[in-house]
Design a protein around this ligand. Structure first.
Ligand SMILES: NC(=O)c1ccc[n+]([C@@H]2O[C@H](COP(=O)([O-])OP(=O)(O)OC[C@H]3O[C@@H](n4cnc5c(N)ncnc54)[C@H](O)[C@@H]3O)[C@@H](O)[C@H]2O)c1
Length: 271
């Protein structure tokens, strides 16, 4: 059921790779809720062409941009304002990539060039998006900017590797830029810390299925789905959350506050 929560709002959605992507679900829900937006992803990710199906469904223009390139971001923001016919009310940063994770390098054997790439793509790019938007003056007052993160930024998880550091950077940028844009334009900036989710990025982590099952058993509500994550994103883009800013918001079925559950105890009791 739709509620017109984003009627009249204009946005930019980064990171819809295929129909499992969290950003894909956010785009579908934002469209249902009356928003107009552009879709963007790294040029290399567009070769699959999947994003065009989503664009058709959502009547959205697709504008390629490598989120680490200032030039691409400038072009993206200019073109978005042009095709949407006005300034921007919401931005979703749903981007993550670590060459070290992809290539299976252990935490004690990281390639530092790749480490910097992980930080740039998964963390710094959030700053770049906001800095370019601020300099261009393309944000409407009371806009809402959101990035997706994972609890490994705060507590250690095996095989999340340098993505943990990248997510810590991302969450810190949300606070620092949230302060700045809040003061100047009442713009809010938050991160959502999502449960493990079956997507291309998620499945790229070694042992992801075990991760996923453990988190599910450690969460009183079970793992949060990508669809539910999208619904939460919509509330944060809507006018019902105007004073929520500089927060890392857990959307994880209670995982982050749970010490032990009966399900996990049962597994160990059997042993
Ligand atoms: N899947 C999970 O378990 C999980 C859990 C918590 C948080 N997250 C976060 O959710 C976000 C979305 O990931 P997802 O799970 O939907 O997976 P996904 O693989 O569908 O999305 C990741 C996206 O990042 C894009 N990307 C990579 N490099 C880029 C670049 N240089 N410029 C622009 N885009 C680039 C990819 O093309 C892809 O669309 C990520 O930030 C991820 O870390 C995922």
């Amino acid at each position: 059921m739709a509620y017109n929560l984003l009627k009249g709002k204009r946005g930019i959605i980064f990171g819809a790779l295929d129909e499992n992507s969290i950003a894909w679900k956010v785009a579908q829900k934002a469209f249902e809720e009356g928003a107009q937006f552009t879709l963007t992803n790294a040029p290399i990710a567009m070769r699959m062409g999947e994003i065009n199906k989503l664009a058709e469904q959502c009547k959205a223009a697709v504008i390629p941009a490598d989120a680490t390139s200032i030039e691409d971001l400038e072009n993206l923001l200019d073109k978005s304002v042009e095709v949407l016919g006005g300034k921007i009310d919401f931005i979703l940063h749903s981007i993550g990539m670590s060459p070290n994770v992809r290539k299976g390098r252990s935490y004690g054997d990281l390639n530092y060039e790749w480490f910097l790439k992980s930080l740039d793509v998964s963390g710094l790019s959030f700053h770049k998006v906001m800095q370019v938007a601020e300099k261009k003056g393309v944000l409407n007052n009371q806009a809402s900017i959101l990035a997706l993160t994972y609890i490994a930024s705060q507590r250690t998880f095996p095989d999340y590797s340098d993505m943990a550091e990248a997510k810590s950077v991302l969450e810190s940028i949300a606070r620092s830029y949230g302060y700045r844009l809040g003061r100047s334009q009442k713009v809010r900036v938050n991160t959502i810390s999502q449960s493990p989710t079956m997507t291309t990025a998620g499945k790229g982590i070694a042992g992801f299925n075990a991760f996923y099952d453990f988190a599910d058993k450690m969460s009183p509500l079970g793992n949060a789905s990508a669809d539910d994550c999208a619904a939460y994103c919509i509330t944060l883009f809507s006018d019902f959350t105007r004073h929520v800013t500089m927060q890392n918001l857990f959307h994880d079925g209670g995982f982050s506050s749970t010490g032990m559950t009966e399900e996990v105890m049962e597994i160990f009791s059997k042993q």
